[in-house]
Ligand binder design. Structure first.
Ligand code: S3P
Length: 184
């Protein structure tokens, strides 16, 4: 028997700088859902920034906090969840999100991501000597996983307004409310 999947939430995945938080916040307003950002929730819980967690405890410690946070969100509903760009690289995180949320990937190419992120300093993985090279390498590694999202929205070809409309439309097609509906 196929596992019953009830869409109660919307999860945005995709590379750093793909617009998950900006788009997520606006879509949440439209849907009258609560917007949450896993990075911000982790920072609130830890009492320090993501950059400080990476610097003092290392990436692995961050990934554990991220995993715990994603598993906690599975209990909730009416959320728009912006995830950190590396979150779904852990298959357990991806499976958890898919169990309750429509997973939409915001896609952008390496050059656009570099343009959008090059003046920002809060992302430890992009602070090296060659951020564009790092973006290209990580994007190649991550692309096969991002492509397993339920929906991929290419942000290159659309205005922000169109991206929001597309995300919202896709979500409304699959949202089952909090009561759920049996799969046929
Ligand atoms: C990361 C993305 C970041 C944050 C952390 C690691 C990644 O989130 O979780 O710096 O591995 O791609 P954003 O995608 O919101 O920048």
């Amino acid at each position: 028997m196929a596992t019953r999947r009830i869409i109660r939430n919307l999860a945005l995945v995709g590379f750093m700088g793909s617009g998950k938080s900006t788009v997520g916040r606006l879509v949440a307003q439209d849907l009258e859902f609560q917007f949450v950002d896993t990075d911000s929730l982790i920072e609130e819980k830890a009492g320090i920034s993501i950059a400080e967690i990476f610097a003092t405890e290392g990436e692995e410690a961050f990934r554990q906090l991220e995993r715990g946070m994603i598993l906690e969100l599975a209990k909730k509903d009416k959320l728009v969840i912006a995830t950190g760009g590396g979150a779904i690289m852990n298959p357990e995180n991806f499976a958890s999100l898919k169990s309750h949320a429509l997973v939409i990937c915001l896609w952008a190419n390496a050059e656009s991501i570099h343009e959008r992120t090059k003046h920002q300093t809060h992302r430890p993985l992009l602070q090296g000597e060659d951020p564009l090279g790092a973006i290209r390498t990580m994007l190649v590694e991550r692309e096969p996983v991002y492509k397993q999202a339920d929906v991929i929205v290419n942000t290159e070809l659309r205005s922000q307004r169109e991206v929001i409309a597309q995300v919202r439309h896709q979500f409304e097609e699959s949202y089952e409310g909090t009561s759920g509906r049996a799969e046929s």
